[in-house]
Write a protein that binds this ligand. Structure first.
Ligand code: PLP
Length: 378
């Protein structure tokens, strides 16, 4: 008898991160450091703009591919802050960056194509590659403390490589690529017949100047940038993302988007326009995140974790092997069950021996988590 859903869908699991977050609901004293949800609220004027639009406008569908005003705001933001050279025709508005990454993979990967992902890697990509019958290629970067080098990347490219997915600042490690290495990586992309998805969702949360792949203008036919407002403006619930690419790709991506979503919520797009108009940079948020992360990293090191030095986002990726020789999922279960602290196993990002802490609580709450761990692991 045929199963009901197709065999690929049946083989895909709901994200473990969500499963652990759900389990945390069982504990009244739980400290949930699992989900990548910024703790700061949506900026006030963004909320006000969306609320006013609901009250006073008749909200209908917007143009396929997104509101022209929002696209113009996004391309001028990317051109000004990240060195892009985009026009309105190079932008497509998506339902979160998640739609963007899915659209990229669905539009570019054919059966048997290899997609290289340096590890640790965000778990949202692989299920989309599986659905396309593509081949996931995980590139180990642990010897360089999870900093991708051009040399390592080039060693993984084969005649079957179709795409490379880069995520910097990285989720879960928070590392970025410095300018010199990025120049070399751009050179590797130039020399090979490959496409690149540059997931820049944490770009506005980089601690120092961010080096986007958008600045290599000659690579516009090969590099697709995705980004959005979920992390930069805490707008996770409004689902506003975007893709930046050549006109050729955008014209094709629009077809996927049209038949998947018919565009994103109009209200959310007004929010995006206001966010870029009033709050294009996020210095205050970055400062707060950085202080919390430095505080928490110090505490974790004291307990015996080795923490990868973050350069952005709000995650810490920590090696726990001095404390335990368990597999990451078993270590996480031990911490969840005994300490009621929700964390994510490295296996979710294809790296064993590490766990991810989402540092999205204030310092007193983080101190509480440190105290519990210190007492337990002593
Ligand atoms: N890419 C990365 C690396 C992420 O960490 C996330 C969310 O955690 C996303 C994409 C998806 O974000 P959204 O769809 O809310 O834009």
């Amino acid at each position: 008898m045929r199963s009901k859903a197709n065999s690929i869908i049946e083989s895909i699991e709901i994200s473990k991160i969500r499963q652990i977050a759900l389990k945390m609901n069982e504990y009244s004293d739980g400290i949930n450091l699992t989900i990548g949800e910024p703790s700061q609220d949506v900026p006030a004027l963004v909320k006000e703009e969306m609320a006013n639009r609901v009250l006073h406008d008749k909200i209908g569908y917007t143009q396929t591919g997104g509101m022209p005003e929002l696209k113009r705001a996004i391309v001028s933001f990317y051109n000004q802050y990240f060195g892009g050279d985009y026009k309105e025709e190079n932008c497509l508005i998506t339902v979160g960056s998640t739609e963007g990454l899915s659209t990229f993979i669905r539009s570019i990967v054919d059966e048997g194509d290899e997609v290289i992902m340096p590890t640790p890697t965000y778990p949202g990509y692989a299920p989309n590659i599986k659905l396309q019958k593509g081949i996931e290629v995980y590139l180990d970067t642990s010897k360089d403390d999870f900093k991708l080098t051009a040399k390592n990347l080039e060693s993984a490219i084969t005649p079957k490589t179709r795409a490379i997915i880069l995520t910097y600042p990285n989720n879960p490690s928070g590392v970025c690529i410095d300018e010199d290495e990025m120049d070399k990586i751009a050179d590797v992309i130039r020399r090979h017949d490959v496409f690149v998805l540059s997931d820049e969702i944490y770009a506005s949360l980089a601690f120092e100047k961010y080096h986007s792949l958008a600045k290599y203008h000659d690579l516009i036919d090969k590099v697709v940038v995705i980004n959005g407002f979920s992390k930069s403006h805490s707008m996770t619930g409004y689902r506003v993302g975007y893709m930046l690419a050549s006109k050729y790709f955008i014209d094709n991506f629009i077809k996927v988007s049209q038949y998947t979503t018919t565009g994103i919520a109009t209200i959310s797009q007004y929010g995006g326009i206001k966010a870029l108009e009033v709050y294009p940079t996020r210095e205050e948020i970055v400062k707060e995140n950085r202080e919390r992360m430095e505080f928490f990293a110090k505490g974790l090191e004291k307990i015996g974790f080795r923490v990868i030095k973050p350069e952005g986002a709000f995650y810490l990726f920590a090696d726990y092997r001095k404390l335990s020789n368990k597999k990451s999922i078993d270590f996480v279960n031990e911490v969840v069950e005994n300490l009621h602290i929700g964390i994510v196993p490295g296996e979710c990002f294809m790296v064993e021996g590490y766990v991810r802490f989402s540092v999205t609580k204030d310092i007193p709450e983080l101190q509480k988590a440190l105290d519990r761990m210190e007492k337990y692991f002593k």
